[in-house]
Design a binder for this molecule. Structure first.
Ligand code: ATR
Length: 281
């Protein structure tokens, strides 16, 4: 039997095994998708054990996305640029590291929601790992401009600087009301990549941006999926803006991974439904 799984530490909340197994079963692929909860000091030996013919590939999550760049045999260009691997594929006994976080985010926006990114203005909230993956993928889509708003400005500046080697259309601002007024005026897409609004975070009841500044013709995409309706999504709905919840990026990074592992078209709806069921929705 073929073996796949998710590698991380503290995986009890991960729903990847449920929606990936549903996709494998749909295609009648004789494979098992595991929950590989690995402690840091066991990571190297784990990588030695998975290098056999039955191992197809793995998803990688917190806290190992950056570490995996050095643990695989080869890294894709985008994973290399982002500096993180969230998907490993066993290609002829070579472990190849990919990053499907950004490409999954874009695919959900474009194919599921029919959003055309060309010439659009984007406000990206946050400058961490998720922001990095999403911003690199956004820039490939011929957007007009990207503004990074982060609590720690130096970190936002650092990401902006990296992106400037690829594009000139990037700004960095502080995540505060005064600085947000201008970029939010004519923004097309707002993406929250911070944990603000997440269940059990420091600020589960907060929106990362002031509600009254959300324009009604913008699309608001919160990558937080727990709760499914975050304070930002609720606020955007109140402002009559369009909304996209975090489950889309989670499922579509998995859709992209599934296709890399199997070469088959991922059953998107089946995966999405399995994800919702795993969350008890
Ligand atoms: P991830 O890989 O999920 O993106 P990360 O790399 O730790 O996680 O990045 C977390 C992001 O959320 C950062 O942009 C962080 O802002 P700082 O760079 O200022 O730390 C942001 N973030 C987390 N909690 C926040 C809060 N309470 N207020 C504002 N920003 C917050």
């Amino acid at each position: 039997m073929k073996q796949l799984g998710i590698i991380g530490y503290q995986l009890s909340h991960s729903i990847s095994p449920e929606f990936q197994q549903a996709a494998l079963d749909h295609h009648k692929i004789n494979a098992e998708f595991h929950r590989w909860e690995i402690k840091e000091d066991e990571l190297n030996s784990f990588f030695e054990t998975i290098q056999d013919a039955d191992f197809v590939g793995a998803s990688v999550t917190i806290p190992y996305k950056e570490k995996c760049v050095d643990l695989v045999d080869k890294v894709s260009d985008s994973a290399n640029l982002i500096g993180a691997v969230n998907c490993i594929v066993n290609t002829n006994n070579q472990l190849v590291g990919h990053n499907t976080d950004g490409s999954g985010f874009i695919r959900a926006l474009k194919t599921k929601h029919g959003f055309n990114l060309k010439k659009k203005k984007v406000l990206l909230i946050g400058a961490g790992g998720a922001a990095k993956a999403i911003s690199h993928s956004l820039i490939k889509e011929n957007i007009k401009e990207i503004t990074i708003a982060n609590r720690t400005v130096s970190r936002g500046d650092e990401l902006a600087q990296k992106l400037k080697s690829i594009t000139t259309k990037v700004n960095s601002i502080k995540l505060e009301r005064q600085s947000l007024i201008k970029p939010l005026k004519d923004v097309d897409l707002i993406v929250n990549t911070t944990s603000i609004g997440m269940k059990n975070s420091l600020h589960p009841e907060h929106s990362p941006i002031p509600i009254d500044l959300i324009p009604n013709n913008a699309i608001v995409n919160d990558i937080v999926y727990n709760p499914i309706e975050t304070p930002l999504i609720k606020a955007a709905k109140m402002r009559n803006a369009s909304t996209i919840g975090g489950l889309d990026m989670l499922v579509y990074q998995g859709v992209e991974a599934f296709e890399l592992w199997t070469g088959r078209r991922a059953p998107e709806t089946i995966m999405y439904d399995a994800a919702r069921e795993a969350l008890g929705l």
